[in-house]
Design a protein around this ligand. Sequence first.
Ligand code: HEM
Length: 81
Amino acid sequence: EPALPVFSQAEVSKHGSLEAGVWVTFRGGVYDITEFVAMHPGGDKILLAAGGALEPFWALYAVHSQDHVLDILSEYKVGEL
Ligand code: HEM
């Protein structure tokens, strides 16, 4: 598979709203989750992570520590940090 592009944190930070697109990072990957926001079981809380890292939020909400959650996230990968 072709390599995904590398993005800076500054570029990721520009994608912090539904208008600009919602990007997040997780373990060195960059994800465009704009389309997933409306499907999130935890509702709009997901927007707290917009433009930044998921790790601090997922440390608080352990419901995400499941393979099926990582499977969902992997569908939205657009690059590397
Ligand atoms: C629940 C995915 C980000 C808060 C869930 C569930 C999934 C999911 C699949 C249901 C898990 C289950 O019950 O088995 C995601 C993905 C995220 C994300 C893919 C990022 C791309 C966040 C963030 C927060 C959050 C950043 C908080 C700031 C919650 C809460 C629930 C939840 C509170 C429990 C909802 C309930 O059962 O009432 N999330 N989540 N999520 N999420 Fe997220």
